[in-house]
Write a protein of this length. Structure first.
Length: 144
């Protein structure tokens, strides 16, 4: 999703904060509109904002998509559908939004059948605060 100006700057600060606070995980990010890391498989390739993996096995535990005020809409929800398909069976899909947008994001998830947990982020002069509705735990290892 193309972001401009302040939205792009805020988006990247939130992504960096999530990665920096993900202690115990190997964190991979896509910043500035560049797709450095992606999920591939029997689904369309996706490049979520943050991928958190077990540092030893590199199995995906969490995938985080950060949205700003201007990016919470049906177009984003269609992107979330593809990310949710890629994450299915691998780990937990999270969507981080500003606090006032939780109900909009939840409605879009329900409308599009997206199994995601919704957290919030806020920014002020002291930095970015990310609030998760549940602690981040390693996904159970799924063996064939």
């Amino acid at each position: 999703m193309l972001r401009v100006g302040l939205d792009a700057w805020l988006h990247d600060r939130v992504v960096e904060t999530v990665a920096a606070q993900a202690s115990g995980y190997a964190a991979y990010t896509n910043l500035g509109g560049h797709h450095s890391i992606c999920l591939t498989g029997s689904f369309p390739e996706v490049s979520p904002d943050v991928i958190l993996c077990d540092p030893e096995s590199f199995l995906v535990d969490h995938v985080v998509q950060v949205e700003t005020e201007g990016s919470i809409d049906p177009s984003a929800a269609r992107q979330w559908v593809n990310i949710a398909r890629a994450v299915h069976g691998r780990g937990q899909f999270w969507i981080l939004v500003p606090p006032f947008a939780v109900s909009t994001a939840a409605r879009l998830c329900q409308q599009y059948g997206i199994p995601a947990k919704i957290g919030t982020w806020s920014a002020d002069s002291r930095g970015v605060l990310v609030s998760w509705p549940a602690p981040l735990h390693a996904a159970p290892v799924r063996r064939p």
